[in-house]
Design a protein around this ligand. Structure first.
Ligand code: BYC
Length: 335
């Protein structure tokens, strides 16, 4: 059900894709561009597999942004102050904007937004595992900012150098906003950690529940990552899943110390020889079970997105009717 099969339907490939992939001149031109580390733009010829890989990754990324609005959106009406509510509304709205930039970037590859959303709504498309866990307390909102957005930035900064131009450019703006998201989360936790014992315990509990899920967010270990090698050869992924995960751990441990929380891993230790933190084993069975639709909130998340799509039908119809009216008026005036 959750296989990511976003094949371009027959006959609907973008003009640039019509050249036969077997055309060695086009392929050589593309390979030379990769060699020079130049950007590929929408109208450039590209191999089908490169196009499909990008549609897969960018659409999953877009879905993650809009599904990612849900766990935090859940707390907008219960934020503890007007200031926190305003920040949270702005953050959730940013995530919606990120989804729009990313759907637009994917559309330049010849796949429509309707096709991508259909894949999401029918359970064919993946989105980040992390959003299938519940936000039980207000501290979860801070921890999502600190750890989930922190992991996202670590993964997304290298994507600003992705070989596909529209994706790379979208990521520049997204990363700037993610940086604000991460800081607001950390700041809200710093405030809570200066509060009562109950508040401190709430933060620690949220950290305990999110830490391992955030490490899994980077994707399977390199040895079990079927897409990594080719994506790295194409300059889509610049840094491997394991290396990003390690950088995230190394950056986060000192932040946890400043905050005064414990990361729930007894094996987390500085390794002088490696100049990195060693860490305990990630539960990959739990990760795959969640990716395959069986996490605690998968069904709820999907049902919420489908309901939003259905309840928004009248808005799409009204916008189309308005556009048709405008067009008819313009034609009449031009006649
Ligand atoms: N969850 O070969 P691999 C955000 C899948 S949103 C689910 O390593 P790849 C935010 C993977 O798709 C952050 N599935 O794949 C928003 C593949 O399956 P398919 C989202 C996962 O593509 C709101 C299979 O496992 N970020 O920051 O080379 C509020 C094998 O993996 C996951 C992005 O989307 C996962 N965690 O590498 C707050 C970043 N991990 O497709 C924050 C863009 C792996 O073959 N994406 N899978 O069926 C990427 O960088 C890469 O696609 C990944 C995976 C590193 C995620």
């Amino acid at each position: 059900m959750y296989t990511q099969a976003l094949d371009l339907p027959d006959g609907q490939a973008a003009p640039a894709a019509r050249a036969a992939p077997s055309d060695s001149a086009l392929q050589s031109h593309f390979d030379a561009k990769m060699e020079r580390d130049e950007k590929v733009e929408p109208r450039d010829w590209m191999p089908d597999h490169y196009r499909k890989t990008l549609v897969r990754q960018i659409s999953q990324h877009a879905h993650s942004e809009i599904v990612g609005m849900l766990p935090e959106g859940n707390w907008i009406s219960r934020a503890p102050s007007l200031k926190r509510k305003a920040i949270l509304i702005a953050k959730v709205q940013d995530e919606g904007g990120h989804g729009l930039y990313l759907y637009s970037a994917a559309e330049t590859l010849g796949t429509s937004r309707d096709q991508m959303l259909h894949a999401l709504h029918t359970g064919k498309a993946k989105y980040s595992s992390i959003f299938n866990y519940p936000t039980l307390t207000w501290a979860d909102v801070g921890v999502i900012g600190w750890l989930v957005d922190g992991a996202a930035i670590m993964n997304q900064i290298p994507l600003c150098r992705c070989s596909y131009g529209p994706y790379a450019r979208a990521m520049v703006r997204i990363c700037k906003e993610e940086s604000f998201h991460q800081r607001q989360g950390y700041e809200s936790l710093l405030v809570m950690m200066q509060g009562t014992d109950a508040q401190k315990a709430m933060v620690q509990d949220a950290v305990n529940r999110w830490w391992w899920k955030c490490l899994a967010m980077f994707g399977p270990p390199d040895a079990d990552s079927p897409n990594s090698a080719q994506s790295q050869r194409w300059g889509i992924k610049r840094i491997s899943n394991d290396d990003l995960r390690q950088s995230f751990i190394d950056a986060t441990v000192p932040q946890a110390q400043v905050l005064g929380v414990t990361l729930p891993d007894p094996d987390l230790k500085w390794n002088e020889a490696r100049q990195h933190y060693d860490h305990g084993a990630i539960d990959w069975d739990e990760f795959w079970s969640t990716v395959n639709g069986n996490g605690p909130c998968n069904k709820e998340r999907l049902a919420t997105r489908v309901a939003a799509w259905e309840e928004g039908a009248w808005v799409r119809e009204a916008a189309l009717a308005h556009a048709r009216k405008q067009q008819a008026r313009a034609l009449k005036e031009a006649a």
